[in-house]
Design a protein around this ligand. Sequence first.
Ligand SMILES: [Zn+2]
Length: 146
Amino acid sequence: MVVFSGVSRIDHLECSRCGGTRSATRPTGLCDCGAPLLVRYRIAPGDVPQEALRDRPFNMWRYREVLPAAEPVTLGEGGTPLLWVQRAARELGVERLWVKEEGCNPTGSFKARGLGAAVTMARHFGDRPWPPTEPRQESRRMFSSR
Ligand SMILES: [Zn+2]
């Protein structure tokens, strides 16, 4: 079980192309110029003590300070192991090489983290019931017979 603290350090969103800013407290997609938005934080070294991390569940919400301040919707995404890949390290000529095993996520994909955050925010900003109980009006029109 994830305990929600609501202690996010997210300050605002900033466009990766034009630098425009907007609030992170409203639903948003891309910038008006069409570029993705980057999350900007108000956080400094030491703001999240290492001891605090040790007592938290081993999933993505462990790092709640850099995630949205919303009650998580989660299947336990994150907390995937790092695997030491010695042979690949030798072949590449590097001393150590680690690979994140994202196949351990509930969906078997690294995409589980982003979708976990997206679904959390959809519920947080929700203007619809969660989970959806019936198709939206547009879908009904799209699939109805003439
Ligand atoms: Zn922009």
